[in-house]
Design a protein around this ligand. Structure first.
Ligand code: NAD
Length: 434
């Protein structure tokens, strides 16, 4: 099947590469020419484990190509997948200008029947808007179908998530497009992936509902962590015991500095605004957002308390900057929010992140140093703060750390280490909710 994927970011590049891997002829389009030129040279513009192999293999096999020429790519494809960004607008609503622009191009280049699939996360009703924009821009009555196929992959395990998803959701408006999309996803159906076929607006709501629910689990356990601290209980044991109940499940119950990344913060705000526009007050989602917004200040108070009350002039070694491990994505990263608040409070921050250091060190900020590794960051520091749980931070050499730090003080915002073990190693330890 000939596919055009518009937007070659985390979702578009993974989608394009994986559909090529499944035997389709895919063209990935982006408007950023440097990105396309890099891909043509074989360079992958994002950090995503395993993606380079899939891209190189499929480019060599002639099934995957990159271009900035949106018009030609649309004309050649049967299925056009929209995977552009839908960032948060100033009012909290999703900014659909990129989706609208692509829909207009599709309309202008609609020379044969096509299925136009929105994979970007979009508010309910976007499918109707895409249909309208295409109709306004097409020059004749060439038919087309609009569909919604929300994406659930996680950065850091995107290939596995795409190739072995828990489910595929297809929102379609007619049998013809449903049959084409079922055919496209047939290889996943053969490995028993549940495929839910529904209408377009329901599929759009599925994505926001799923992300809002996962964010709810995170904010819920973070509030329980606050309670545990107040009553001297251990949130890790609470979460583990809760998670053993199959009705609850163990995932997304890790107390910490709050959720971040390019999806949960913007999607919870967007669904809240979308509901408000529809006359519905999503009170739970509102509370989830409020709880999450309070996490960075709570983490700063924790660090301030651990270093003795004043952060001014304190040297803080900060481990991890990305919003989670195995990605280079810094968007709405809790670790970055903590970095900024530490700097604003007058602390000197020495950070190390295995991937983000290279991205950030070109931008000098007063009081900020990017260290060569976790041990260089700790040298002479008043406290060690673990903000993102990269694997290499899971087995730190604390004998060496203790020698390097000015004070053996560890603030573990991801609860990787145990309070008892750290005390045995001679550290003053502060976790989250324990
Ligand atoms: P991204 O910012 O990494 O990539 C979007 C790309 O679209 C950019 O490269 C941009 O240049 C390109 N683009 C914008 N307008 C264009 C146009 N007119 N023509 C061609 N290219 C254009 O975004 P992302 O993280 O891949 O997310 C894309 C969508 O998928 C968003 O709606 C997001 O919410 C959703 N989503 C993201 C994830 C994730 O983990 N990142 C997971 C599921 C869903």
């Amino acid at each position: 099947m000939k596919i055009c994927v518009v937007g070659t970011g985390y979702v578009g590049l993974v989608t394009g590469a994986c559909f090529a891997e499944l035997g389709n002829a895919v063209t990935c389009v982006d408007k950023i020419s440097e990105k396309i030129e890099a891909l043509e040279r074989g360079q992958i513009p994002i950090y995503e484990p395993g993606l380079d192999d899939v891209v190189h293999r499929n480019v060599q096999a002639g099934r995957l190509a990159f271009t900035t020429d949106l018009e030609e790519s649309i004309r050649e494809a049967l299925v056009v997948i929209i995977a552009v960004g839908t960032p948060q607008g100033d009012d909290g609503r999703a900014d659909l200008s990129f989706v609208r622009a692509v829909a207009a191009s599709i309309g202008k280049n609609l020379d044969s029947y096509k299925v136009v699939v929105t994979k970007s996360t979009v508010p309910a009703g976007t499918g109707r808007m895409v249909r309208q924009v295409i109709e306004e821009n097409r020059t004749d009555e060439t038919p087309f179908s609009v569909a919604s196929n929300p994406e659930f992959l996680r950065e850091g395990s995107a290939i596995e998530d795409f190739m072995r998803p828990n489910r595929v959701v297809l929102g379609t408006e007619d049998e013809q497009s449903a049959a084409i999309l079922r055919d496209l996803y047939r290889p996943l159906y053969l490995i028993e992936t549940p495929i839910v076929v529904t209408d377009v607006v329901t599929a759009e709501v599925v994505k926001y509902a799923s992300n809002a629910f996962l964010a709810t689990k995170i904010s819920f356990i973070n509030e329980m962590a606050d309670l545990c601290e107040a009553v001297d209980a251990d949130v890790n044991v609470v979460a583990k015991s809760m998670g053993l109940d199959r009705r609850i499940g163990p995932k997304f119950l890790h107390a910490g500095p709050g959720y971040g990344g390019s999806c949960f913060p913007k999607d919870t705000r967007a669904v809240h605004e979308l509901a408000r526009d529809a006359g519905v007050d999503l009170r739970i989602v509102k509370a989830v957002i409020e709880v999450n917004d309070s996490r960075a200040p709570i983490m700063i108070e924790k660090i301030r308390g651990a270093v003795g009350g004043d952060l001014k002039g304190k040297k803080i070694a900060l481990l991890g900057l990305t919003f989670k491990p195995n990605t280079d994505d810094l968007r709405e990263s809790p670790a970055m929010a903590i970095r900024d608040r530490l700097l604003a409070a007058g602390a000197e921050v020495r950070a190390f992140d295995p991937v983000a250091n290279d991205i950030l060190k070109g931008e000098p900020i007063e009081g900020m140093t990017y260290s060569e590794d976790e041990y260089a960051a700790a040298e002479g520091a008043d406290a060690l703060v673990l903000a993102t749980e990269w694997n290499q931070f899971r087995s730190l050499d604390f004998v060496k750390m203790k020698e390097l730090l000015a004070k053996p003080l560890m603030i573990d915002l991801r609860n990787i280490y145990g309070p008892e073990r750290m005390r045995e190693l001679g550290f003053e330890y502060t976790g989250v909710g324990r």
